[in-house]
Design a protein around this ligand. Structure first.
Ligand code: MN3
Length: 262
């Protein structure tokens, strides 16, 4: 949420975007990817929560297990689907967005933010063996690594300071994680997607040369990566979601198919 909103507002309020187009294009491209990452993390949370409670008559307390979860309010407030709060239930707020307007400062902040996110991912990976969580973290470690390297390259072009020399931070190769290797092997750590079929081409003036960690050539991909299948979550009658019975759905289908309204 913080990376998405940082880059989004930095892109919306980018001064002299024509003159500084490669930097503008970089922030816009990564904004597009972060939107997808928020969706990916949401689906991870949603999928992991499927089956936390069960269908039963209300008097049988089918949601009793929610009472003892750390964020029991999540079970009261939602139908066990993700919302923007942290692992202790503290809500995400707009205070977490950073947009100074100074390009070096903003890129430095973004670089720091990505490194912080990498540290958190690595710790969470060490906290869970859940296959869905590991799959998500493995992928995001590789893609977040691209963002770290991209901001470092942008800062080098702007200032002459080579931030890539300190990478990786934390100092542990992505390949140490079982769930990252297939994405590293597929070259996902060296591709920067524009998330647009036509725009943001000037990003190739920043994302060029070789990978500072493995020395292999970098590549700009015009467009977005192939997406995964969006889960079709089952109904959860004990939460009253989505609240449409089979009988209701038959009637609703008839109304949907009618040519005229009402
Ligand atoms: Mn990122």
């Amino acid at each position: 949420m913080s990376t998405l909103n940082n880059y989004m507002f930095q892109s919306f309020g980018f001064r002299q975007q024509k003159k500084l187009k490669p930097f503008y294009d970089l922030i816009c491209s990564i904004t597009g990817e972060e939107f997808g990452h928020v969706e990916l993390v949401s689906h991870t949370i949603n999928s992991m929560l499927v089956g936390s409670t069960y269908e039963e008559d209300p008097d049988q307390t089918p949601m009793r297990d929610g009472k003892d979860k750390r964020i029991s309010y999540h079970f009261i407030d939602t139908d066990q689907m993700a919302k923007p709060f942290d692992s202790m239930g503290a809500p995400w707020t707009g205070d977490y967005t950073f947009k100074s307007g100074n390009l070096v400062e903003d890129l430095l902040h973004n670089y720091f933010l990505e490194i912080g996110a990498r540290t958190h991912k690595m710790r969470v990976y060490e906290m869970t063996e859940h296959p869905i969580a590991r799959e998500m973290i493995g992928y995001l470690l590789v893609r977040g690594g691209v963002h770290i390297k991209a901001y470092a390259k942008a800062l080098y072009i702007l200032t002459g300071v080579d931030m890539t020399k300190m990478l990786p931070v934390p100092n542990l190769d992505n390949r140490k994680f079982d769930a990252t290797r297939k994405w590293e092997d597929a070259g996902e750590g060296r591709k920067l997607y524009t998330f647009s079929d036509h725009d943001y081409k000037a990003v190739n003036q920043i994302w060029k040369g070789t990978d500072p960690i493995d020395g292999l050539p970098l590549e700009v991909i015009q467009g977005a990566p192939v997406g995964g299948e969006i889960p079709d979550y089952p109904n959860a009658p004990e939460t009253f979601a989505p609240g449409i019975s089979e009988e209701d759905f038959i009637e609703i289908s008839k109304r949907l198919q009618r040519k005229a309204g009402l």
